[in-house]
Design a protein around this ligand. Structure first.
Ligand code: MTE
Ligand code: CO
Length: 424
C-alpha cells in the first residue's frame, strides 16, 4: 500500500516531474517560446493534489465521474404517447470501443420495466416436447455448457423515423436503438435437447413475464443454431431494463425477438401470428403487399463523430470514428466519404471483429474548415454492401418503418456544426 502511495504525484514537485515526463513538455516549451505566461494549470497546485479524496467506502457500486454527467440515454418526447411504452436511446456519439456500458444500453419496453424477484422467476419449456420442463434461476445456473458471447441488439425500428427524409438531429436518435453486450448464459439448444423436441417441432414461441406479455415466433433452425438464454451482461447480472433476471438472445436478428424477462418457451409446428409479427414488425410495400418475418438485420454503419451532437471544434488533426455491424456475420470493410459519396476511402478497423457484433472504425484526418458531407458504408462477409437510402426506397417504397439500413449523411459546416441531411 505505502509503496503505491509513494508513486502518486501528490506533491507539486512530483506532479511537475510527471508532466515533464509526458507529452505535456512539448506544450510548455511552445508556450514559453511564444512568450506566453506559463499555464497555471501546470505551474500551480490544484485542489485535487492538495486535499485527500474520499475513501474506498464512498461508492460501494462505482459511478462515472460527475464531469461525465451529460453522458446519458435520452428519449424523444413526441415519439411515443408515454414513457411506459417508449425508447431511451444509446448515446453513441459519447462512447468508444465496441462494448456498450450497462447503464447506457438503449431500452425499449412495451409495458415498462417489471421488478421480478429472481427466486420467484420460472422458465417453462413445453409444447411439442417429450418432457415439459420448468427451470428456476438456480437450475439454469447449474446447467452445463455455459458460454460468453458478444452480440449487438438492434431494434428493427432503428432509423424508422428517417424513412421519408432526414428528421432527428443526432446519431443517438437516428441510430441509438442498438447496444453491444457480452452475454453469459446457456445455448437454447441445450434446454430444448433436455426437453426432447418432437420431430414435428418447427417453431418456437418465446414469451416475456412483463405486462406486455411480449411474444414472438422463431424458426426452430435459428433456435437450435445460436440463440442463448442469458442472465448476465458485461459480467454482472442483467439490468432490470434489459430483462432481469433472464432474457433470450437471438444473434443478428431484430431486437424485438430478444424476449426480456423470459418465462415461457413453447414448441409448435407453425408460427403463432402474434401482434408483433402481423400488425407490427412488418413493412408495407408500394404495391400493397407486406414484407413479413424479416428477421435478419442487414449490414449498416454510422459515423458517430463528428455528428450533430458531437460537432468539430478545432481545425487541424481530427479523428473520425464510427460503428459498423451486420446480422449476417462479420464486417469485412468500411468505407468513408467526405464528399457525399463521390469518393470513398478505406476506414481503419480497430479492435476485435466478431460476427454479429459492433465493429469500430477510424479515419484520422486533417480539417481546415471545409464543408463536408460525411458518409460511411459497411460491407460484410457475405459480400453485402450497405445501400444508399434511395436504393432502399426504390425497393421498399416509403411506407416502411423497420429495417432502414441506408447510408447516413452528416453535413459538417465550416464552423464545425454538423447536421443530419439527405443528398438528393
Ligand atoms: N421483451 C419483453 N418482454 N417486453 C418488451 O417490451 N421489447 C422488445 C425486446 N424484448 C420487449 C422485449 C424490443 S422491441 C426490443 S428492440 C428489445 O427488447 C430491446 O431490448 P433492450 O431494452 O435491451 O434494448
Ligand atoms: Co424494438
Amino acid at each position: 500500500m505505502s509503496d503505491a502511495r509513494k508513486d502518486r504525484p501528490t506533491s507539486r514537485r512530483s506532479f511537475l516531474a510527471a508532466a515533464a515526463g509526458a507529452g505535456a513538455l512539448a506544450t510548455t516549451g511552445r508556450a514559453q517560446a511564444q512568450g506566453q505566461k506559463p499555464d497555471p494549470l501546470i505551474t500551480e497546485p490544484q485542489d485535487w493534489n492538495r486535499f485527500l479524496g474520499p475513501g474506498v467506502d464512498a461508492a460501494p457500486y462505482g459511478k462515472p465521474s460527475r464531469f461525465e454527467a451529460g453522458v446519458v440515454r435520452r428519449h424523444v418526447g413526441w415519439l411515443t404517447a408515454d414513457t411506459i411504452s417508449s425508447i431511451n436511446f444509446t448515446p453513441l456519439h459519447q462512447l468508444d470501443g465496441i462494448v456498450t456500458p450497462n447503464g447506457l444500453c438503449f431500452e425499449r419496453h412495451h409495458a415498462g420495466v417489471p421488478e421480478i424477484e429472481p427466486g420467484k422467476h420460472r422458465l417453462m419449456v413445453h409444447g411439442l416436447v417429450e418432457k415439459p420442463l420448468v427451470f428456476t434461476m438456480d437450475d439454469l445456473k447449474r446447467f452445463p455448457g455455459r458460454v460468453n458471447k458478444l452480440y449487438f441488439l438492434e431494434c428493427a425500428a432503428n432509423g424508422g423515423m428517417e424513412w421519408r427524409g432526414a428528421q432527428l438531429n443526432g446519431c443517438q436518435f437516428t441510430h441509438g436503438m442498438i447496444h453491444n453486450v457480452w452475454y453469459t448464459g446457456v445455448p437454447l439448444k441445450t434446454l430444448l435437447d433436455e426437453a426432447g423436441m418432437r420431430t414435428n417441432g418447427k417453431w418456437l414461441l418465446a414469451e416475456g413475464a412483463d405486462a406486455s406479455l411480449m411474444t414472438r415466433s422463431i424458426p426452430i433452425e435459428k433456435a437450435m443454431k445460436d440463440c442463448l438464454v442469458v442472465w448476465a451482461m458485461n459480467g454482472e447480472a442483467l439490468r432490470p431494463e434489459q430483462g432481469y433476471p433472464l432474457r433470450l438472445v437471438v444473434p443478428g436478428w431484430e431486437g424485438n425477438m430478444w424476449i426480456k424477462w423470459l418465462r415461457r418457451l413453447e414448441i409448435g409446428d407453425q408460427p403463432w401470428q402474434q401482434r408483433e409479427e402481423t400488425s407490427k414488425y412488418t413493412d408495407l410495400l408500394a404495391d400493397g403487399r407486406s414484407r413479413r418475418f424479416t428477421f435478419v438485420m442487414d449490414a449498416k454503419s454510422v459515423v458517430t463523430n463528428p455528428s450533430p451532437q458531437a460537432p468539430l471544434r478545432q481545425k487541424g488533426p481530427n479523428v473520425l470514428t464510427g460503428l459498423a455491424w451486420s446480422g449476417r456475420g462479420a464486417i469485412t470493410r468500411v468505407d468513408v466519404s467526405i464528399d457525399g459519396g463521390r469518393n470513398w476511402r478505406n476506414a481503419r478497423i480497430d479492435g476485435p471483429v466478431l460476427p454479429m457484433s459492433l465493429t469500430r472504425f477510424y479515419v484520422d484526418f486533417d480539417w481546415q474548415g471545409e464543408d463536408m458531407l460525411i458518409q460511411s458504408r459497411a460491407m460484410d462477409e457475405t459480400g453485402y454492401v450497405q445501400p444508399t437510402k434511395d436504393e432502399l426506397r426504390k425497393v421498399r417504397g416509403v411506407n416502411s418503418i423497420y429495417h432502414n439500413n441506408g447510408i447516413q449523411t452528416w453535413h459538417v459546416k465550416p464552423n464545425g456544426e454538423t447536421e443530419n441531411v439527405e443528398i438528393l
